[in-house]
Ligand binder design. Structure first.
Ligand SMILES: C[C@@H](C(=O)O)C(=O)SCCNC(=O)CCNC(=O)[C@H](O)C(C)(C)COP(=O)(O)OP(=O)(O)OC[C@H]1O[C@@H](n2cnc3c(N)ncnc32)[C@H](O)[C@@H]1OP(=O)(O)O
Ligand SMILES: [Co+2]
Length: 139
């Protein structure tokens, strides 16, 4: 696979509102985007910009949210996934599968509007890994 830019670090939180205050007041973030619901992924999302990547705050949305289990184990929240860009999402998916990695579902539209997929943390050194097609402008 051709490893691209680190796009974001996903951080699960029980409260985006409380996390926004942390990133603003403790970490000094100056550009924090408006939160929005992403029902197709079962999360509410809020991007915090850093100079070279984003922090993606995710709060559970709905009873089927994929992050309920993580928050049950980590009630404070915490680092949930890392996301790297690739030029060709379908080629990347085929390559992970060929390496025997568990790709979690079909590529789907993520929070940046491009296709994403996830690879199981137990096949990735303990890190839930999100792969996303490079958004226009990041090339
Ligand atoms: C909006 C979007 C975007 O950026 O565009 C997003 O990011 S949405 C981000 C939210 N969406 C997703 O995460 C979708 C993909 N995720 C999934 O399909 C699931 O969450 C899985 C990763 C398969 C985990 O499933 P589940 O929560 O049922 O966990 P489980 O209890 O079966 O966990 C199995 C083992 O994996 C570990 N495990 C679970 N989640 C983990 C995580 N985030 N990082 C590292 N390890 C993790 C558990 O501790 C457990 O280990 P032990 O057995 O050793 O205790
Ligand atoms: Co993400």
């Amino acid at each position: 696979m051709k490893l691209g830019r680190l796009n974001h670090v996903g951080v699960a939180t029980p409260s985006i509102e409380a996390s926004v205050a942390h990133w603003r007041d403790v970490m000094g973030a100056t550009k924090i985007h408006e939160p929005f619901d992403l029902p197709a992924q079962g999360v509410k999302v809020c991007f915090v910009d850093t100079p070279n990547a984003q922090i993606e705050l995710i709060e559970p949305l709905g009873a089927d949210s994929p992050i309920h289990g993580f928050l049950a184990k980590n009630p404070l929240g915490g680092q949930h996934h890392i996301c790297f860009e690739v030029p060709d999402i379908h080629a990347a998916r085929d390559e992970f599968i060929a390496l025997g990695k568990r790709v979690l579902g079909e590529p789907r539209i993520g929070a940046h509007g491009t296709l994403i997929f996830f690879v199981h943390p137990k096949d990735m050194g303990g890190m839930l890994t999100e792969i996303m097609e490079t958004p226009n402008g990041n090339h």
